[in-house]
Design a protein around this ligand. Sequence first.
Ligand code: SF4
Length: 493
Amino acid sequence: MALRDTWIKQRLAEGAARGDDNVTQMHFAHMGVITEEMRYVAQREKLSPELVRDEVARGRAIIPANIRHKSLEPMGIGVAFKCKINANIGNSATASDIDQELEKLRVSVHYGADTAMDLSTGGDIPKIRQAIIDHSPVPIGTVPIYEAVTRVRRMEDLTPGLMLEVIEEQAAQGVDYMTIHAGVLFEFLPLVRNRITGIVSRGGALLAQWMAFHHQQNFLYDHFTDICKIFRKYDVSFSLGDGLRPGSLADASDEAQFAELRVLGQLAKKAWEYDVQVMIEGPGHIPMDQIELQVQKEKEMCYEAPFYTLGPLVTDIAPGYDHITSAIGAAMIGWHGAAMLCYVTPKEHLGLPNADDVRQGIIAYKIAAHAADVARHRPGARERDDALSYARFLFDWEKQFELSLDPEGARTMHDETLADPYYKEAKFCSMCGPKFCSMNASQVADSYTGQSQEERKARFVQLLTKIDLPGTPAIQPPAAEPVAVPEPSAKSS
Ligand code: SF4
């Protein structure tokens, strides 16, 4: 039986007795209830369950947890929690299959992705998505317009009815959050004409194409309350998409970007009327000196809903290295208050990432998110840094590897030159060698003044007792028994 089966069954039964089909975490938070998911998140964050509930109730945190995602291990996204990272997986029309996508999911979870987005745009999209949801212990996000577009000959043929159908199908499958580009309004289209890179969001550009052809308003905006009604039945969270995000430094912080952001804030308020959880997506390509401004604007215009940012990339000149250009911006925006960072791989703008690109992107973003946690003085954030530093100084190579974000990578690099087990006791590595190892020389200096390393070792051992090293969460097999979830009623849809 999956972790949440009993929790959900019980809540559904209680809801049915009350005649209440709203199952969102925000709904329970507003009723003053601390759900099991909130307790679980509180334990993971080392915070009180009451604080988690209160953050969800005021919209400053979300727990993306569709009641049909049975293999999920609940996690929270919000400024009061540790900074999270998302990994994008999914195929394109020209590459990849289910096995490759599950391998990307495995790599993502293994290296510490907190959520994963399935951005598949080709092949049997529902089948790939179901496999990913069934195997994933982390929340799964999607951009439903991608699948909707594959069901019509051209974007202009898409209808609001088909869009809602796809959204409901994905919700019923167990998707935990969806990117909905409802803030790209018809009247904003002229604002991007003078940009260098126009509209770079796939969803934003497709909607612009539809609106320009039909001379009509964005149907995601017009039908926003219909989407809220679907989301509250399954507890799908909004990730309100930044369809007009800047795709180059020259386009950063312009009128189009902030016009859309203001609408996203209004939509967040609308979603909260239905107790639907919301986070707000952010840029993009932003120079370092504008990053703090981005967070200030989001807080001000979107009422502190969790900010979920792509990067941002802080320079445009490094194709092939955009996991680095964006991780610099991600660390900064996380420090200023972004709640989740969407990774970028080295293949950004160049091709579909493979499993190794995914690994590189995740490691870069784990570094960025952790650096943000340390800078924001989140409780216990620096303990692992201090422990690794003790291990380094005391030449405890095994612990040094274990405490690393990428233990296999660190060990491989060490062993490239000094592979013999003897060197796991050595007081040097091949960088400086025995005679010039500064940390060894420092210990020798200590010994000349009568100081041993015992006290330092004792502090190290004590510190290790406080650290929960993330294990590798198991990729879940599909649960055997479905949770009994009432079919959507005509009344509420
Ligand atoms: S040899 Fe140099 S790089 Fe290696 S552990 Fe010692 S100080 Fe560090």
